[in-house]
Design a protein around this ligand. Structure first.
Ligand code: UDX
Ligand code: UDX
Length: 440
């Protein structure tokens, strides 16, 4: 059993704190946001993540997990400090490290015994050395410490599952012993553990996210070509996925990627490359293709409804992906903005994202369910593939809609079924449909 402090109770920090507590460690999670900490002390979660509330509750009850805003309290007696604060995109895509700097300085000022500082946040290659420098310069008196990079690979909406079942744990440090101690923490997860140097571990994170984003922009480019040639990209990706070298995952064409990671991490890696005079040709294309997904879908909506003026467009799904409340860089909000600028009115329904979206875009009219949305709209646009949209009573939706038009930004329906129901159905890369789909 180790004493772990976690700085930052966001999607990454809070899940990591609850996870390490669940493995039997004593964890104190810290945040500078007093409201978040006070809420957590009352059992109120600052984020929506399946399974998180129950895991936090269980570990608080067993006194393995507690919360504070005091660095002195969090660091006292700690063996490890995990830094999991935000690393948002700054100017021209460079990661903004002000929060990491502030956390490192605060740790350095209160630490009174040797410590292992673990960078959990996604940080540019070389940040580990920079954090060590900050700590050395901020300590009132020299106390031994080591810095270890331990990048997170958590997907929002399945972060608990991903924490407990990692594909791998990647560790990087100039101090092998320190990395090995962090490796011990991860042994109960029974996944491969790789120990390398700081910069390589930091790069594994960026290269992994950039590759996943590349797959998405790749299949979206294929969708554009399928549309022109009359092929169905959903079946193309099924056919591709049988090849073990390709695999079936991350080949869903649609609105492209959003969220707080892919957009930020691809930009940051491209920025690092440009800084070193290595022009990131593929990464630039990945970003350009992804940015264009939103424009293309708005064009498809115009194809369906004609002039936007005076039309009510109903958006199904606001969060950047299902099973999360995260609206950061959510394509749906970008599309809503473009529709409003085009003269349309926008209504929307999302299972968990509406309170947050209403604060960001009060001009969107939020309604209580998909059928109420259909009743209020001239057309429906699917932006997030929540499971509850996949088995809607489409006959009822058709009867409620002023016009039977659905624009499907996530390809959750089948063109031939929609045609039989009498919908004008516009999706992504679903070329002409002569026959029934081949079930994969
Ligand atoms: C963040 C980064 O976005 C991600 O790239 C990185 O891999 C992990 O950290 P996330 O957990 O989504 O991911 O961040 P966010 O939800 O913004 O939470 C960050 C938390 O850190 C917030 O609760 C914020 O209040 C807190 N914080 C920020 C501090 O405790 N101290 C600070 O100095 C700044
Ligand atoms: C991602 C990585 O998967 C995770 O390993 C990393 O730690 C953080 O970033 P996340 O951003 O939470 O996780 O969600 P993910 O499921 O990867 O989806 C990212 C975006 O890509 C979403 O906007 C999603 O809609 C989109 N996406 C995903 C596609 O458009 N097509 C796909 O096939 C898969």
């Amino acid at each position: 059993m180790k004493h772990i402090a976690v700085v930052g109770v966001g999607y990454v920090g809070l899940v990591s704190a609850a996870g390490f507590a669940d493995l039997g460690n004593r964890v104190i999670a810290l945040d500078i946001n007093e409201e978040r900490i006070n809420g957590l002390k009352k059992g109120i979660m600052p984020i929506y993540e399946p399974g998180l509330e129950e895991m936090v509750e269980r570990n608080v009850a067993s006194e393995r997990l507690s919360f504070t805003t005091s660095y002195a309290e969090a660091i006292m007696g700690a063996d490890f400090v995990f830094i999991a604060v935000g690393t948002p995109s700054g100017v021209d895509g460079e990661a903004d490290l002000k929060y990491v700097k502030s956390a490192a300085e605060s740790v350095a000022q209160v630490m009174d015994a040797p410590l292992i500082i673990v960078n959990k946040s996604t940080v540019p290659v070389g940040t580990g050395d920079w954090v060590a420098e900050i700590i050395r310069n901020s300590q009132p008196k020299p106390i031994p410490f080591s810095v270890v990079s331990c990048p997170e690979f958590l997907r929002e909406g399945s972060a608990i599952l991903d924490f407990m079942n990692p594909a791998r744990t990647v560790l990087g440090s100039q101090d092998y012993e320190a990395a090995d101690k962090v490796a011990q923490l991860h042994l109960p997860l029974r996944a491969p553990i790789m120990i390398t140097n700081l910069r390589t571990a930091e790069m594994v994170k960026y290269a992994s996210n950039a590759f996943l984003a590349t797959r998405i922009s790749f299949i979206n480019e294929i969708a554009n070509i399928c549309e022109a040639l009359g092929a169905d990209v959903k079946e193309v990706s099924t056919g591709m996925g049988y090849d073990a070298r390709i695999g079936p995952y991350f080949l869903d064409a649609g609105l492209g990627y959003g969220g707080s990671c892919f957009p930020k991490d691809v930009k940051a890696l491209a920025h690092m490359a440009d800084e070193k005079g290595r022009h990131p040709q593929i990464l630039q294309a990945v970003m350009d293709i992804n940015d264009d997904r939103r424009r293309l879908l708005v064009e498809k909506i115009r194809e369906g409804v004609g002039d936007f003026e005076g039309k009510v467009i109903g958006i199904l799904g606001l969060t950047f992906k299902p099973n999360t409340d995260d609206l950061r860089d959510a394509p749906a909000l970008d599309i809503a903005k473009r529709l409003l600028e085009g003269g349309a009115k926008v209504s929307a329904y999302d299972p968990v994202g509406m309170p947050g979206a209403a604060k960001l875009m009060p001009e969107i009219d939020m309604v209580e369910d998909p059928y109420a949305l259909a009743e209020a709209s001239d057309a429906l646009v699917i932006c997030t593939e929540w499971n509850e949209f996949k088995q809607l009573d489409l006959q009822r939706i058709k009867d409620l809609l002023r016009n039977p038009i659905i624009i499907d930004g996530r390809n959750i329906y089948e063109p031939h079924e929609m045609a039989q129901l009498g919908f004008t159905y516009l999706a992504v890369g679903r070329g002409y449909h002569g026959g029934k789909p081949i079930n994969g």
